[in-house]
Design a protein around this ligand. Structure first.
Ligand code: ADP
Ligand code: MG
Length: 560
């Protein structure tokens, strides 16, 4: 991704801040004009006092005016900053809203598979803060850096040509150095972001895997790694700061040298009598002001680098595939061929790869039975789970088609399809809520009796009843923890409690002991009498019970 992409994307958000940014620049510029007036008043007062010998009473009106101008400028500058800050808030709001909207609509497979949750959280929560400086500081400063020097130059040109030329030719040096330093700042910023992400990712991961790490005595090793990453993080923070300070120094230095040059020229001209004191003094007062907006721009330049890096990361999130890209087609699910809830599912030459060049499913053509139990059987990594996600519409085939009663699933309204099916993923997730609520996800209208019946079916009822608060026991972080097999069966109960005609199960007996597998097998066979069950399994004991077995192995598909 290039810098232009990130900047172009950010430019699109300017409309959210439009008039506020203009106001920030307008107020700042008006303050600048007042400054020029103030400077000329000051030089006049000094000339009158020093050379014309006027007393305080004669120049007092001018002094009051100068004080009024100082107050007015303070108000204007403050107002400009306020507008800039407000503009940044508007933009951040819009960015955050777009990001969250997109994440809400993104495919869950894209979000959880391969994505780094640490980065996701960083970006959606804190990320937009990095845009602040760009909108509140850099953009208004950029306008000011053109307007103010031009106005001052226009004022000085008639007074003294040589001084004006010096200013004119030294001015571009500042942006020039700024860009050189900015490039480096940008690279450092990118590294800084990567490290932030890496640190939060690693930390989250370590906490999640704490038990494993402890058991293998890897706690200290892991702590050292986290310490090392934190150290690198600290270093890159300092590197970013160093460049920021260095650039400030370089810009100060350039500006100071240039002002000194102007001062020397003015001094000589005064000596030779080429210039009046008032004009010379005025030029000297204005010369530092000429460079000020350029220097401010320089010190805001790192905000630009930070914003570009952030924008690139956000763009990557915004490019995550959407969940229901084809929902807009509005095609209805075709009527079942033989009675309600009976679906003829056919995969025709379907291929899917998570990464380019490596296909998890290649050219798969199968037809599933409309009733009963269909087993997808094969070794790990043969693409069984992927096939189940494809059938569930969670993934879209990259080649080939999935036909539901003869209609292309890619053109069917996906939410309609989702209402027809229940899905037990290979690693089911239990939310941090009560057991009852966790089961009810399968069917929000389920009564307590139905929930119990589902738990009986999943052979978990007795264990649930023994929990401290029974079905109301809280699970997860602050609640009761269940064993892997228990979690699997609660998730199975969630599927059973739904009355969806098609049930997709991914290894439902994995992690269960022999006795409970046997019971769960019975439940599934019973379930397949009233519904269509498509099941991925490793468990060969299922094979004699299935109405159809599809073997997936090294790209060879056989059916029995
Ligand atoms: P199975 O369920 O048969 O064990 P999967 O369908 O889970 O197999 O995986 C098939 C292949 O796709 C494997 O090689 C696996 O490494 C790869 N794969 C699965 N999920 C992802 C993912 N989210 N990102 C990248 N590769 C994946
Ligand atoms: Mg699997």
């Amino acid at each position: 991704m290039t810098e232009a992409n990130g900047l172009a994307w950010l430019a699109g958000y300017r409309k959210h801040a439009g008039s506020l940014l203009l106001m920030a620049v307008g107020l700042g510029f008006t303050a600048g004009i007042l400054l020029i007036i103030q400077a000329s008043l000051l030089s006049r007062v000094v000339t009158q006092v020093v050379f014309a010998g006027q007393g305080l009473s004669q120049v007092l009106p001018h002094i009051w005016l100068i004080l009024a101008l100082v107050g007015g400028r303070a108000l204007l500058v403050g107002g400009g900053r306020y507008c800039g800050g407000l503009a940044a808030v508007r933009v951040k709001e819009a960015v955050r809203r777009d990001l969250l909207d997109h994440l809400a609509a993104a495919s869950p497979v894209g979000l959880t598979g391969g994505g780094a949750p640490g980065e996701l959280v960083d970006l959606s929560v804190d990320g937009s803060e990095f845009l602040d400086g760009y909108f509140s500081g850099y953009l208004p400063q950029m306008a000011m850096a053109v307007l103010m020097p031009a106005a001052i130059l226009a004022f000085i040109f008639p007074l003294d040509l040589v001084a004006a030329l010096i200013l004119l030719f030294t001015a571009p040096l500042i942006p020039f150095f700024m860009v050189i330093i900015g490039r480096r700042a940008e690279r450092l910023n990118r590294r800084f972001w990567n490290q932030t992400t890496r640190l939060s990712h690693r930390f989250l991961d370590t906490i999640q895997g704490l038990t494993t790490l402890k058991i293998f005595n890897a706690g200290h090793r892991e702590a050292r790694v986290v310490a090392e990453i934190s150290r690198q993080y600290g270093q890159s923070t300092l590197a970013v700061l160093r460049v920021a300070f260095l650039s400030a120094l370089a810009l100060e230095f350039l500006a100071t040298i240039s002002v000194a040059l102007v001062a020397v020229i003015i001094g000589f001209k005064l000596l030779w009598g080429d210039l009046t004191f008032a004009a010379g003094f005025l030029i000297l007062i204005l010369a530092p002001e000429f460079y000020l907006p350029l220097r401010n721009l320089g010190s805001n330049f790192h905000a630009r680098a930070a914003a570009i890096t952030t924008a690139e990361k956000m763009l990557r999130l915004l490019r995550l595939p959407l969940r229901e890209q084809h929902e807009a087609t509005g095609h209805d699910l075709p009527a079942p061929a033989s009675g309600p809830g009976s679906y003829q599912i056919t995969l025709a030459g379907v291929s899917y790869g998570y990464e380019a060049g490596r296909e998890a499913v290649r050219d798969l053509s199968i037809t599933l039975p409309t009733r009963g139990l269909c087993c997808l059987y094969g070794p790990s990594g043969s693409g069984k789970s992927t096939v189940l996600k494809l059938i569930g519409g969670l993934l879209k085939p990259q080649r080939g088609k999935i036909l539901i009663n003869g209609s292309d699933l890619g053109r069917v309204e996906l939410s309609q399809w989702h209402r027809q099916l229940a899905y037990l993923p290979q690693k089911p997730h239990l939310l941090q809520r009560s057991v009852r609520e966790n089961i009810k996800i399968g069917n929000p209208e389920a009564t307590m009796a139905e929930i119990r019946r589902a738990a009986v079916g999943a052979r978990i009822d007795r264990e649930l009843a023994e929990l401290p608060a029974g079905y109301d026991t809280l699970l997860g972080e602050e609640g009761q923890d269940l064993s892997g097999g228990q979690r699997q069966r609660v998730a199975l109960a969630r599927v059973l409690v739904s009355s969806r005609p098609l049930v997709l199960l991914d290894e439902p007996t994995a992690g269960l002991d022999q006795a409970s597998s046997e019971l769960v097998r019975q439940t599934i066979v019973e379930l397949a009498r009233s519904r269509t069950v498509v099941m991925v399994t490793h468990d060969h004991l299922f094979l004699p019970l299935a109405d159809k077995v599809i073997r997936l192995d090294e790209g060879i598909y056989s059916t029995a």
